[in-house]
Design a protein around this ligand. Sequence first.
Ligand code: ADP
Length: 334
Amino acid sequence: HAETDPYAQVEERDYEAALRPKTLAEFDGQPRVREQLALVLDAARHRGTTPDHVLLSGPPGLGKTTLAMIIAEEMGVGLRISSGPAIQHAGDLAAILSGLDEGEVLFLDEIHRLSRPAEEMLYLAMEDFRVDVIVGKGPGATAIPIELPPFTLVGATTRAGMLPGPLRDRFGFTAQLDFYDPADLSGIVANSAGKLGVSIHPDATDEIARRSRGTPRIANRLLRRVRDFAQVKGHPQAHRAVARAALELYEVDERGLDRLDRAVLGALCNLFDGGPVGLSTLALSVGEEIETVSEVAEPFLIREGLLVRTPRGRVATRAGYAHMGLRPPAQNPA
Ligand code: ADP
């Protein structure tokens, strides 16, 4: 599985780096976010200041890291990358912040997972470009203020709702990235194929786009699998049948559900009579982390109308049953 195999991760990272759009103009889809962000950057350029802090939220693989890189590129400044879980202590954050050069972009992925003390340090840094480093312990402890150069924080989170209000309020611009529609994904796949020198028929591009869970990262990943398949089976051009065969081999179904999506929906229908069932019980039954189920599988299943979140738990819809080839129970609440 790509997320857990370290070799696959390295391969994926190199491949993603090669395919990442470098400018806002090259960034496909999300027209509203693109337009709003262009305005934020233009305004900063006119004033000769650093752009406001930017919060990007949305499921994995929709382009948050890519946008952070684009912001730095468009502003002609350096980019530093870290993440909430990588910052254990406030001191780690102080070191990162005080090492920034003037105007640089600091990208903090999974910002909702910062520790409390680091988060509080960030408030001051975002607002006043200053950190207070505490030296000593107990009554003798003193706060030594350190001035920071102006910088732009780009925070990313899978769900803006998970951020504490005071942190959210300190971002001048907040953008919610949505799943991409198939036409945008087709464009992304076609571009990626061009960059990789892969010959692919538009039918196959559409097939990949339709099965990519609205997610560019997955579209690029599936393109790679289709390319492998076409190469090994000796097809000079990947056409629709090749794409279908490759995607079937990798257990990506007609609608783009992957193994995890199907496991979650299958458990809900088969083990819990369609629900309602609590998130942690559902995650346990498929052997996955709670966050993986709620941030990766669920948003897509919900968007597809296959599952709903209710106050009493997760419920499979009639469409969800139908997609799994099952009959809903007579009293199915959804
Ligand atoms: P996130 O940080 O949201 O998890 P990334 O920015 O790492 O997602 O994007 C994952 C991959 O998808 C990257 O390789 C990038 O090239 C591609 N990608 C994301 N958004 C777009 C887009 N709008 N246009 C083209 N490629 C994109």
